[in-house]
Design a protein. Sequence first.
Length: 80
Amino acid sequence: MTADSKPFLQIVRGDPGPEEIAALVAVLTARARAAAAARDGGGAARPSRWADRSRLVRGTFAGELPPRGSGAWRASGLPR
């Protein structure tokens, strides 16, 4: 047998059904994609601040308060 004709996955013991084999293939595919994404630099980039929905939250529990005072209306539209 050459390396090209060898099976990638071989069932050695038991009698798995088609659903079990499909689940195993899905898990192995997901792990391979995650490893490739980690190698390439972490996958998808973060969305821009304009598209980030968290900017709509008024404040955080860490003490960030919404702007107050005479220029608050202007500062409310600026990125934080």
